[in-house]
Design a protein around this ligand. Structure first.
Ligand code: SAH
Length: 432
């Protein structure tokens, strides 16, 4: 496998990290998917300064400072790594594969309200999920690959305290294969390209140069190209999620196609006239709406009058869109998102869908301290759900700080998720 990957142009270091993280049974597709994510995150990482690689503790939390550092200290100890990725990656079930009987018991301290839902990449460096889980009441992550919900893979872990029985999917069910999702491409799809699902949608796309090169390589042959050419074309198609758009012609997904695959309304990321590069970036980081909605569907009966949502790292509003599509009324949404582009996208979606509730936005989770939270909580009257998928730049692979896992500058924002959740709980549970 190592040789095969090296032949495809990956470095030995990249390959061995991918093989270690993905496990002995991982397929070429899974490994290349992992390496691509790592490469992309490494590019993003170049822009990050070196400072501030320690988890922060800045809040008057229920959990005391000493305990915080004790939990931190245990991190990344291979002896304590207990969490393994399941195969198939279906968590507590997916619409097509519902498990006969599912149950789990949560420690008392984890039982809502408020409910919480935390997301991150499944293939994080060793020990990261143990640490996340340890901070979040020792709840085991639910690992799910969105390929069971739509035509594209997205392997994510979710730590939450929601019930897991009686979930239901969003309707209409989205297309499950590439061929169903892109019927027009069927005419051009060669029989030697067996892909039924696309790989994880990333923040960068294949270049025009690459698609041109593929076209030139294929045009040299009348019929099917020799298997060696097939293989190298397929590798690029898998790596860059290219689809067939003409004879011998592949192209990267368009932003509106990604929106469709990820469960967003068409042109969702167009709001405010942002650039294509920004649209790709925001989509590459977002939730897959059908997957998240399936998990959140249990809230519908519990909150017939709607919910108050605290949405941390809101991005383009995957959680908001999921709840709205489930028909769960959004009474107050406090959304915290650093990128103005993303805040504008969520605001314009909010207006376009004629929401009756209030959307309040903040830009930086780090600025959300106890005082601010007290004010917000007294204004909205408490939160029913706290959602967040903190950035995963340092988690996705073999980048410079990957071994620090959660301690990378961006990934350490996980601790802000934890800090804010803890603060909200203490404020809401304080005797009046
Ligand atoms: N779940 C979201 C995407 C999460 S990606 C969705 O469905 O779209 C992580 C997000 O965190 C990014 O949008 C990034 O802009 C944002 N972010 C990064 N640092 C932040 C900070 N300090 N405060 C708030 N948001 C931040």
């Amino acid at each position: 496998m190592l040789l095969l990957l090296a032949k495809m142009g990956y470095t030995v270091e990249e390959c061995s990290i991918a093989m270690e993280r993905c496990g002995p049974e991982a397929s070429v597709v899974e490994l290349t998917d992992f390496i691509c994510a790592a490469q992309l995150s490494r590019e993003a990482d170049v822009y990050l300064p070196d400072d501030d690689l320690k988890p922060r503790y800045n809040g008057v939390c229920k959990i005391k400072k000493r305990k915080f550092f004790e939990i931190c200290k245990k991190k990344n100890d291979p002896e304590t790594e207990t969490i393994r990725l399941p195969n198939p990656m279906i968590g507590f079930g997916v619409p097509s594969l519902q498990l006969e009987s599912i149950s789990r018991s949560l420690p008392d301290s984890a039982i809502g309200p408020p409910f919480f839902y935390y997301e991150n990449v499944a293939l994080a460096p060793k020990g990261v999920w143990d640490t996340i889980s340890r901070f979040l009441n020792d709840i085991e992550p639910e690992f799910v690959d969105s390929k069971y919900f739509c035509a594209t893979a997205r392997k994510r872990g979710y730590v939450h305290n929601l019930p897991v029985q009686n979930r239901f999917p969003l309707v209409p069910l989205p297309p499950l294969t590439v061929q169903q999702a892109f019927p027009l491409s069927r005419k051009w799809w060669p029989q030697w390209d067996p892909r039924e699902k696309l790989n994880c949608i990333q923040t960068a796309i294949g270049s025009a140069k690459l698609t041109e090169r593929i076209r030139n390589a294929l045009e040299r042959f009348d019929g099917d190209p020799p298997t060696s050419v097939q293989k190298s074309v397929l590798d690029e198609c898998r790596k860059w999620n290219l689809v067939w758009v003409g004879r011998n012609k592949v192209a990267p997904l368009e932003p509106d196609e990604m929106e469709m695959l990820l469960g967003f309304p068409k042109n969702h990321t167009r709001g405010g006239g942002i650039s294509r590069t920004d649209r790709y970036k925001s989509l590459g980081n977002s939730f897959q709406v059908d997957t998240v909605a399936y998990h959140l569907s249990v809230l519908k009966d519990m909150f017939p009058d709607g919910i108050n949502l605290l949405s941390l790292f809101s991005g383009i509003g995957g959680a908001e869109v999921a709840l709205h599509r489930l028909g769960i009324k959004l009474k107050n949404v406090v959304s915290v998102e650093k990128s103005k582009v993303n805040r504008d996208i969520v605001r314009s979606w909010w207006e376009q869908t004629n929401q009756a509730g209030n959307l309040i936005d903040f830009d930086d989770v780090q600025a959300l301290d106890g005082e601010r939270l007290e004010e917000v909580i007294s204004y909205v009257g408490g939160f029913d759900l706290i959602v967040g998928g903190s950035p995963c730049n340092n988690l996705a692979g073999s980048n410079r700080v990957s071994r620090d896992g959660l301690e990378g500058k961006e990934s350490s924002l996980f601790y802000d998720y934890f800090r804010i959740l803890d603060l909200v709980k203490s404020i809401m549970h304080r005797p009046a």
